[in-house]
Design a protein around this ligand. Structure first.
Ligand code: ATP
Length: 314
């Protein structure tokens, strides 16, 4: 059985080096929060599986080939002959600013349904990872996400939920109405500080939300603090880890890398400090290399950033 099963929408991301309105070359990449986590784990040597819908055409083929090429099991993926694979454009608008546009409405990925997940979930996993993006995609994707979380938790499979709020897909109130109940099936909840109120009562402050989550069964709550690192609330107390000192060139995918690092540590049986250390290490790799996941480390590269100054040669 896979160490980690995840599901969601993976898209084709088209990246430009300058303003999109000026045209020019676009690079084709694979994008998707859950597939980022699946790839990060596979690179570290864990068995990871991804489920979801992709188009039956070349773009769907591209998504699956990229995942397989990274060692992710895509046996549970569904080809949808009616709908296109979602697209996103990443425009390097200025040196400091990347602008994102999506073409994902009515995509194959957003048509995910309960039946798509029955097989992958029946096969089992050591952990089920899901994000708050999937339930925002469509009514059927919302039902599928809730069903998977419920079914896994009833079967004793720990569920990891990354809140991953997407303002383009739904409002904060809509998100809270779905994600707060969903979080009650999760044993690990991952959020940025500004996402915490989406898994608690409206208006509740961070500590109150964390206390509520832990009362409802989330043994671990991970709060990502960007360049300041992260905090873990666990049954063994509160642990913090600083970020690694790196040059940030592309922050997209940092949160996914962080989550994969934490899960990797758990799968290896590390203590909380060890898990957090691996999480901030993967986050540092993600921000200091271009691409959402392309720069993530293999297991033998995990200590590569330790003690190196910017500009070093190894
Ligand atoms: P994204 O949505 O871009 O994936 P996020 O908001 O989910 O990011 P962040 O808190 O920005 O997540 O980053 C996740 C982790 O990555 C942080 O906890 C930290 O360990 C690491 N990280 C983020 N920014 C930096 C940075 N500038 N330098 C080093 N590490 C960083």
């Amino acid at each position: 059985i896979p160490d980690v099963l995840t599901f969601g929408e993976s898209m084709v991301s088209l990246r430009s080096a300058g303003p999109l309105a000026d045209g020019g070359a676009l690079g084709m990449h694979l994008a998707g929060a859950e597939s980022n986590v699946a790839i990060a784990l596979a690179r570290l040597g864990h068995r990871s599986a991804w489920a979801g819908r992709v188009s039956a055409d070349e773009l769907g083929e591209y998504v699956l080939r990229r995942l397989r090429g990274e060692g992710v099991d895509t046996g549970g993926a569904v080809r949808d002959a009616e709908r296109p694979t979602g697209l996103m454009f990443l425009e390097q608008r200025t040196a400091d600013l990347t602008r994102v546009q999506y073409r994902r409405a009515d995509s194959a990925g957003s048509a995910l349904a309960v039946d798509d997940l029955r097989g992958p979930l029946a096969a089992g996993a050591r952990v089920l990872h899901l994000t708050g993006i999937t339930p925002a995609l469509s009514e059927s994707a919302r039902q599928a996400t809730l069903w998977a979380a419920k079914t896994a938790s009833a079967a004793g499979i720990p569920v990891c939920l990354d809140v991953n709020y997407r303002a383009r897909l739904w409002s904060r109130d809509e998100a809270r109405a779905v994600l707060a109940p969903l979080s009650s099936y999760a044993s690990i909840v991952v959020a940025s500080e500004d996402e915490l109120d989406l898994v608690g009562d409206p208006g509740a402050d961070g500590p109150a939300v964390v206390a509520g989550l832990r009362d409802r069964g989330a043994g671990t709550v991970l709060v990502k603090l960007g360049a300041a690192g992260a905090r873990a609330y666990t049954p063994d107390g509160v642990h913090t880890a600083g970020a690694l000192a790196v040059t940030a060139v592309d922050t997209v995918g940092a949160g996914d890398a962080f989550t994969a690092g934490y899960l990797s540590g758990r799968l290896d049986g590390l203590d909380v400090a060890g898990c957090l250390r691996r999480a901030v290490t993967l986050g540092a790799f993600a921000v200091s290399s271009r691409g959402d996941w392309e720069g993530l480390p293999r297991r033998d590269e995990l200590s590569m950033l330790d003690g190196h100054e910017p500009g070093s040669t190894i």
